[in-house]
Design a protein around this ligand. Structure first.
Ligand code: HEM
Length: 139
């Protein structure tokens, strides 16, 4: 379950970083009609993968939570803070997945959801590393 949790996080956050740094800038160099077709194709190719990864991520996270040891109040507090980053991550993921062209520029306007996903995902990973440290030190 730890593998499934971390594996799905690696795939999702890595894809968001690639999309922000590579795919979206390349799409934005195309003329508008080609850009819309390519962006829509790209969304279609990753949408189902993203939903499956999100389901595995949340399912394995809940399993780890419910089967884990009793934790200290410091752990509970940091877990609550992690959940704020996680809720932001989940909401942005769904908004990105349902959008027809992702973050590509449409009619002169682009979005920054992939950057927001990468940042909130990395924040959640950082807090999770600390949670793990607390757990391993009796917290
Ligand atoms: C409903 C959603 C989630 C739940 C219930 C959940 C729950 C948990 C729990 C209980 C742990 C074990 C912590 C410990 O060892 O003390 C964990 C580990 C971890 N979580 Fe989550 N999590 C969720 C979503 C996420 C998200 C969205 C990310 C990153 C974007 C994430 C990243 C991690 C990482 C990297 C670890 C591994 C820490 C380690 O073992 O070194 N989790 N999670």
């Amino acid at each position: 379950m730890r593998f499934l949790h971390i594996g799905s996080v690696v795939a999702l956050v890595g894809s968001a970083i690639y999309g922000r740094l590579v795919l979206t800038p390349v799409l934005n160099t195309l003329p508008e009609p080609e850009r819309l077709r390519a962006a829509s194709d790209a969304q279609g190719r990753f949408r189902t993968v993203a939903y499956v990864l999100l389901a595995v991520l949340v399912g394995a996270g809940l399993y780890n939570l419910l089967t884990g040891p009793r934790h200290s109040s410091a752990w509970q507090m940091w877990f609550g803070i992690k959940m704020l980053a996680v809720l932001h991550f989940l909401a942005t993921s769904v908004l990105w997945a349902v959008s027809p062209y992702g973050d590509a520029v449409v009619g002169g306007k682009g979005k920054r959801r992939l950057a927001s996903l990468a940042i909130s995902g990395l924040v959640a990973i950082l807090i999770s590393s600390y949670l793990r440290y607390l757990t391993q030190h009796g917290g």
